[in-house]
Design a protein. Structure first.
Length: 96
């Protein structure tokens, strides 16, 4: 497990988290939502480790009242990522 933690892995994780925060925050802002709350529920809760990750993110940000929205984001976001990976991996794998 320790061998898997490389500088590339850390940079990749940081980029995913940053992109999730900024993308969800600005998308939420476009439709009139609070930037921080949309970044937390739609961005971070979609990119975390499920229900336990939702609790960790929301308790760290002191916004436990957003739990229903975070749970919805986790369910929809997780399914979307699985479908997206299922479509993109065969396309990208052929080019390697």
């Amino acid at each position: 497990v320790i061998d898997a933690i490389t500088p590339t892995y850390i940079v990749l994780c940081a980029c995913v988290v940053l992109a999730a925060i900024l993308g969800a925050g600005f998308a939420g802002r476009l439709v009139g939502f609070n930037f921080i709350e949309s970044a937390i529920t739609a961005g971070l809760c979609m990119a975390n480790m499920g229900g336990t990750g939702d609790v960790a993110v929301l308790s760290a940000s002191r916004r436990m009242a957003l739990m229903p929205f975070a749970r919805f984001s986790t369910s929809i976001g997780g399914g979307f990522i699985i479908i997206l990976c299922g479509v993109l991996v065969p396309i990208l794998y052929d080019k390697i």
